[in-house]
Design a protein around this ligand. Structure first.
Ligand code: PHE
Length: 452
């Protein structure tokens, strides 16, 4: 088979690819979402299940996405269409790509709103607004920020412009440049904050909470949330990693690359927990405070600690950087698709998709103010988009993608692309994508729907 070449250029090295995928993986999911959903679902037991899903489903699924992406060398929709046709004679597999592109647009629409809060909080922290503030004052600050649609909308707009600016510049000059600067900065900030947290917070309470499982706290819904989050945090099930895989040089080893990304993402999620929970417990705050956890508890905690202005500012800067490198991954599949299949120049495609995401994001902006009265069984519009994408679209996407790699693609194609022979490791991977991942996903779904 003649090898195709990417139309968007390539990562300059395997390291650049690892940085980019890790940048996409490490985001609001690790720092904002993981701590609060762990808090809502019972701490240690949830964490354990999450780790099992990350390694049993996330890792093989990540390898599957990279290999499919590199084989197709196009945006996820076209990639699934051509690889699907080569393997099975059908182009219809492209629907999986369309599902993924849509999930990316929908996720980014609310993601950008939260990222906008993070941007706004950099300035609030730097101005010392949290210093010696009471819980009521900090809570009020959060509610009045999200409740003020103009402020929320303004920051959402700024964040989308930042994302567009990077993505419009293309793979090497935009995406790669951004992660080369932002990822080391992110790691440095995290380590600085960790030292601060260990010194100023209740570290042993945090470790206990995170690592001592209490299984009676775990519900079936918790299991679905853990699965959804394992996929969300690794940017899986929507084609982000597949799109990035299309730009991976031919000779890079996919298995070791995926292992590196999964370990880095998990380590950063745990580190973020070890930064946040000591501060939360040190101040006697509630770990199950929901989406406002880091925007309400942390400012309160920072506000009453020495050096809180500096470290609070660093924290929200960290959060914004993390969100930025993830937003790039969320939008890339749609941008590449418009560019490759509809002939839009890359910058134009980025503006069009960015504008679309911005517009859909209005629903999330307004769900805290003008439209707060509109609810679905999952809560406000904001919560509904989050629930629908993380807990339905991503598991469905991951089911389809692992199934595609395991059942539609033949052994020769996948082992050829993975370049790890056909020994034990390859077979383990294949068992995971053929059986374990799809069956686990279906099982959790069926359970959740109450059919079992
Ligand atoms: N992984 C990102 C996070 O944890 C979110 C994301 C999902 C990014 C899907 C890209 C694609 O915040």
């Amino acid at each position: 088979m003649e090898k195709r070449t990417s139309l968007q250029g390539f990562w300059s090295s395997r390291l650049a690819f690892i940085l980019a995928v890790t940048g996409s993986a490490v985001g609001l999911g690790n720092i904002w979402k993981f701590p609060y959903i762990m808090g809502e679902n019972g701490g240690g037991a949830f964490m354990l299940l999450y780790l099992v899903f990350v390694f049993l489903i996330g890792l093989p699924a990540m390898m599957a996405e990279i290999l499919i992406g590199r084989r197709g060398r196009r945006n996820p929709v076209t990639t699934l269409e051509i690889v699907g046709e080569e393997e099975s004679g059908h182009k219809r597999w492209r629907v999986i790509g369309i599902l993924g592109v849509s999930a990316g647009v929908l996720i980014l629409s609310y993601y950008s709103v939260v990222a906008g809060w993070a941007l706004a909080y950099i300035f609030k922290a730097a101005q010392g607004l949290f210093t010696a503030a009471s819980a009521d004052v900090v809570g009020e600050l959060f509610n009045s920020h999200t409740g003020n649609w103009k402020a929320s909308l303004g920051w959402h707009t700024v964040f989308m412009l930042m994302t567009i600016m990077v993505v419009a510049r293309g793979v090497e000059r935009g995406l790669e440049q951004a992660v080369r600067i932002l990822m080391p900065a992110l790691l440095l900030m995290l380590l600085v904050l960790l030292v601060y947290s260990v010194k100023n917070g209740d570290f042993s309470a945090a470790v206990n909470y995170m690592f001592a499982p209490n299984f009676s706290d775990l519900t079936l819904n918790g299991a679905l949330v853990a699965l959804g989050h394992a996929l969300f945090t690794l940017s899986l099930g929507m084609g982000a990693v597949m799109a990035y895989g299309a730009y991976l040089p031919e000779d890079s080893n996919i298995g070791t690359t995926a292992v590196a990304v999964v370990i880095a993402d998990t380590a950063i999620a745990l580190l973020a927990g070890l930064v946040i929970f000591p501060v939360v417990f040190g101040q006697g705050l509630d770990a199950a405070a929901g989406p406002g956890l880091i925007f309400q508890s942390l400012p309160l905690a920072f506000g009453s600690m020495k050096g809180g202005v500096v470290f609070g500012t660093i924290f929200f800067l960290l959060l914004s950087f993390a969100a930025w490198t993830s937003a790039i991954g969320l939008i890339e599949p749609a941008v590449a698709w418009m560019n490759e299949s509809f002939g839009f120049k890359r910058p134009v495609a980025t503006f069009v998709i960015g504008g679309l995401v911005w517009a859909v994001g209005l629903l999330s902006v307004f769900s805290f103010n003008l439209l707060s009265h509109i609810t679905t069984p999952f809560g406000t519009l904001f919560k509904t988009v989050d629930f629908f994408t993380s807990n339905i679209m991503l598991p469905l996407g991951a089911f389809a993608i692992t199934g595609f790699a395991g059942w539609v693609m033949c052994r020769n194609s996948t082992s050829d692309e993975l370049k790890m022979g056909t020994g034990l490791r390859y077979n383990l991977w294949r068992i995971c994508v053929r059986y374990i991942a799809p069956i686990a996903i279906v099982f959790i779904f069926i359970n959740k729907l109450g059919l079992l």
